[in-house]
Design a binder for this molecule. Structure first.
Ligand code: KG4
Ligand code: ZN
Length: 336
């Protein structure tokens, strides 16, 4: 088997990242420049600022990734880049850089779907993982229950009808004054609280068993806080965080395990920023052990946005023959 060395670029949101990945599974470098400190000042990602920061950092990040991998552009076989979904101005920076390099070096250009990248993050540390498997993708922008039929071949079983799981974490964190980004802060706060202290609703979507809905839960938490304020009652933030987190992770776990059983899968993987949540990992572990399913997850640095996961997904697209032309564009609402 010939070695395929891919330079991967990710810039869909607020991380500027470049990586060098061999044969989809071996990461030689994974440089991530996070813009989080700037966006924290505004309580969330400001698209215009994100685009500008990507432009400032992209060349530096790519150079660093090549240097850490101990190679030059002459050693690279193909360039993989996220071209959607995401913020259009942010995506365009990565796509532009990838096109420039592929054109200058006359090597293939492979556009990658961001969610396919999150799923492929699981291949990096789990060399034994191969499709088919069930995958729960939970991030700031997405909540997808995906049947991974083969490399690059997916069936979406369920999506969120309103807020993404990570978005709910971020909004609830803001409401209880924990700041941005909310996910890791709620995770930490919840460790001091009682997950059974407050009974928040577990939303079911009537017509579709695998769809999700988190806006009702978010409103219930906001109502709880507002009412306590009106009555001048003390709010136990740790209990709110723990009870909210339990309501989210319970639904995610139930859906993923039920889908794995129905479609006769013996493996479940979790992916995306929320996949590093300790309560989700714990409830998935318990439920998978009970159901006799093998559970996979990336380490936290590969859960949140990074280019190594794009290099992993990009390799399988490359092997499958995916090639993009110089007209490759950023597609903010790209479908999986
Ligand atoms: O995958 P990601 O970096 O970006 C998107 O593609 O959206 O995910 C970021 C999201 C944020 O909403 C963040 O609050 C959430 O993942 N997140 C977490 C945790 N770490 C990150 N949510 C819950 N618990 C965590 N430990
Ligand atoms: Zn992401």
């Amino acid at each position: 088997e010939k070695e395929v060395k891919i330079l991967a670029i990710e810039s869909s949101c607020d991380e500027t990242s470049a990586a060098v990945v061999v044969n989809g599974r071996e990461v030689l470098s994974n440089v991530i420049y996070s813009q989080i400190d700037i966006h924290t000042l505004y309580g969330g990602v400001v698209p215009e600022i994100a685009s500008r920061k990507h432009i400032e950092k992209i060349t530096q990040v790519i150079r660093q990734a090549l240097k850490e991998a101990g190679c030059t552009l002459d050693d690279i076989d193909a360039v993989a880049v996220t071209y959607g979904p995401g913020l259009v101005g942010a995506l365009l920076v990565g796509v532009g850089a990838a096109k420039a390099i592929a054109f200058a070096k006359n090597i293939p250009l492979v556009g990658v779907h961001h969610i396919e990248g999150h799923i492929a993050a699981n291949y990096i540390e789990n060399r034994d993982l191969e499709p088919p498997f069930m995958c729960l993708v939970v991030s700031g922008g997405h909540t997808h229950l995906v049947k991974v039929v083969d490399y690059g071949k997916f069936e979406i079983l369920g999506v969120t009808r309103d807020d993404a799981a990570g978005e709910a974490f971020d909004k609830v964190a803001r409401a209880i004054g924990l700041g941005y980004p909310g996910g890791p802060k709620i995770d930490r706060k919840a460790k001091e609280g009682n997950p059974d202290a407050i009974e928040f609703p577990r939303a079911k979507v009537a017509e579709s068993v695998y769809d999700f809905s988190f806006s009702g839960l978010k409103s219930a938490v906001l109502n709880y806080i507002n009412q306590a304020h009106m009555r001048n009652e003390y709010i136990n933030e740790a209990d709110v965080a723990a009870s909210f987190q339990k309501a989210v992770t319970e639904v995610l776990t139930e859906h993923a395990v039920a889908a794995a059983k129905e479609f006769k899968m013996d493996k479940i993987a979790i992916a995306g920023g929320v996949a590093s949540n300790s309560a989700l990992r714990a409830s998935m572990k318990t439920a998978c052990e009970k159901a006799g399913l093998k559970l996979y997850h990336p380490s936290p640095i590969l859960c949140t946005d990074n280019a190594a996961m794009i290099g992993a997904a990009g390799y399988y697209e490359y092997i499958n023959g995916t090639r993009h032309g110089w007209d490759l564009n950023a597609i903010p609402n790209l479908k999986l």
